[in-house]
Design a protein around this ligand. Structure first.
Ligand code: GLN
Length: 539
């Protein structure tokens, strides 16, 4: 077993998660079995209760864990199957330690950060790495953060326990460019490495994030001041087109070779060809272009709909076409009307969401898609929106709504799930994780998946109200997928429309560039078809 630890220095948002993912991908191209996990020093037990403003997207795993969005990168870049044990927070550690203390497990002792908290962290490392060749652990935050200290201390102890030859420390750092001086600066990196060495950690590899190329002089300087071999000072430039260029970039820097050498791993040469194909399709697709609107309320945030944007890019790879994403604020739709904002798009996607802000704008967008035959993909809330719109405008149930947005609606076509009614706690109490869904033959969804039983991840409290099922079906709504055990409606489709599909689950959590999700592919395929027909036969 080999262990790689990834720390970050100088600033947050350096893309440590992406670097970890890309590194995992690169090691997989050498036939190594890799797992990547994240330790987050904050005190929340999980990010499930944080707002997108704080944290970006909450990424859901098969087992129902609500995790950091970096786990999304890990799953997209590698084949490793992740579980709730792969995202550890300080909150979880303290919760566990305090439970043990109350139970009397430490009877007679003083409970302390060292060794009780650090032991807890180490145990998680031992448990997570059992069946893989390399375990990559990313430590959230920046070196120097007070809350990150117990984690770094645990890593130091851990490397001593398993043998230093089995452990590699990679420090991701920033070389800021000073315009006035006209150069990149190495001092912040020197200082952040000094901070690491203070705790007894000497990085083996320095990954330098930079906008501009690094000079040889800088490499020499960084090597000397940070006590890292020159060949282990790696340049990681901002990617030009796509994050999926990153494995190629790191391979060019010789990172995989360096790692296998340093860790003494016997691995075949890397086969990076599949990543080249993906990047080729992303950068210069041959099959044309379509424009898809994502209508949400966090469109200014880079990370709020991360997996959705990624899945659309993957579907571009799948269709060998460019997918231009137009981010549309649902409150703007309320103000300006759908026509003004959506008339040029080839597809409309409404992602998940909570709370009533911007809901009416989303309903207008769904109506616009339905009435104008624009491909529509509703995800979780986006599915509920499609149902509400259909009930109001096709079935004529004025004021139909979800009880999430109007508790006294006369027509609660979306309503709180029975099992949710008694729940008071907010953390980890939604309907979470993977459930089976049975598709009806002859539907768009069945055509996309090409099979009857699928499994998709969920994160919601409300659901399609079966009391309205017959009426909606009579009015032309197709029930394309149900949870076979509980008869919950999981997929709706609008008949008399080229492609209007709403799913109660989150397909975006299972899409990878190497395996684009069938529904995203079908949706983008339809948008592409529309784009081509709009441009006339010669296009
Ligand atoms: N707010 C809705 C619910 O809880 C939808 C959730 C979502 O889109 N993830 O059911």
């Amino acid at each position: 077993m080999k262990y790689i630890f990834i720390t970050g220095g100088v600033v947050s948002s350096l893309g440590k998660g992406l670097t970890s993912g890309a590194l995992g991908a690169l090691l997989e191209t050498r036939n190594l079995k890799v797992r990547i996990q994240k330790f987050d020093p904050y005190l929340n037990v999980d990010p499930g209760t944080m707002s997108p403003f704080q944290h970006g997207e909450v990424y859901v795993l098969d087992d129902g864990a609500e995790t950091d969005l970096d786990l999304g990168h890990y799953e997209r870049f590698t084949h490793g199957h992740l579980s709730r044990f792969n995202n550890l927070t300080s909150g979880q550690i303290y919760e566990h330690v305090l439970q043990k203390e109350r139970r009397g497990d430490y009877l007679g002792k003083t409970v302390q950060v060292i060794p009780h908290v650090t032991n807890e962290i180490k145990e998680r490392m031992y448990a997570a790495g059992k069946d893989v060749d390399v375990l990559i652990t990313e430590i959230g935050g920046t070196v120097g953060d007070i809350e990150g200290l117990p984690f770094l201390e645990a890593l130091r102890q851990f490397s001593l326990e398993v043998g230093k030859e089995n452990v590699l420390f990679i420090h991701v750092t920033l070389l800021p460019y000073l315009k006035a001086a006209g150069e990149l600066k190495t001092k912040p990196s020197q200082q952040s490495v000094a901070k690491l060495r203070e705790i007894g950690i000497q990085p083996d590899i320095l990954v330098c994030r930079t906008e501009k190329p690094m000079t040889d002089d800088m490499r020499v300087k960084l090597s000397m001041f940070c006590n890292v071999e020159q060949r282990a000072v790696i340049e990681e430039r901002d990617v030009e087109h796509s994050i999926y260029e990153l494995p190629l970039m790191l391979a060019e820097e010789g990172m995989d070779e360096l790692i296998v050498k340093k860790l003494g791993i016997d691995a075949p040469e890397s086969n990076i060809e599949p990543w080249r194909t993906i990047v080729r399709r992303l950068v210069s697709p041959t099959g044309g272009e379509c424009k898809v609107a994502v209508v949400g309320k966090y469109i200014d945030l880079q990370d709020a709909y991360k997996s959705i944007y990624e899945s659309l890019a993957h579907a571009g790879v799948g269709n060998d076409c460019a997918v231009k994403v137009l981010r549309v604020d649902s409150e703007d739709v309320e103000r300006l009307g759908a026509e003004k904002l959506l008339k040029d798009v080839d597809g409309i996607l409404i992602p998940g969401g909570f709370g009533d802000r911007g809901i009416e704008g989303k309903i207008l967008a769904a109506k616009y898609a339905r009435e104008n035959n624009i491909p529509y993909f509703g995800i979780c809330l986006g599915m509920q929106i499609a149902v509400i719109e259909y009930a109001r405008d096709v079935l004529g149930l004025k004021g139909a709504n979800s009880t999430e947005f109007n508790e006294s609606t006369p027509y609660p076509v979306i309503t709180i799930m029975d099992e949710q009614k008694q729940i008071v706690d907010k953390g980890a109490t939604m309907r979470l994780g993977a459930y089976e869904c049975k598709l009806a033959k002859g539907t768009l969804s069945y055509a996309a998946y090409g099979k009857e039983i699928i499994s998709e991840r969920h994160r919601h409290r409300f659901e399609f109200n079966n009391d309205y099922r017959d009426a909606l079906v009579k009015a032309g709504l197709r029930i394309a997928g149900i949870n076979p055990k509980r008869d919950l409606v999981e997929i709706v489709e609008v008949s008399n429309h080229p492609w209007m599909v709403g799913v109660q689950f989150h397909p975006e959590f299972q899409s990878k560039p190497s395996k684009p999700h069938p529904l995203f592919c079908a949706f983008v395929g339809q948008a592409l078809k529309r784009a081509k027909s709009a441009k006339g036969p010669q296009a």
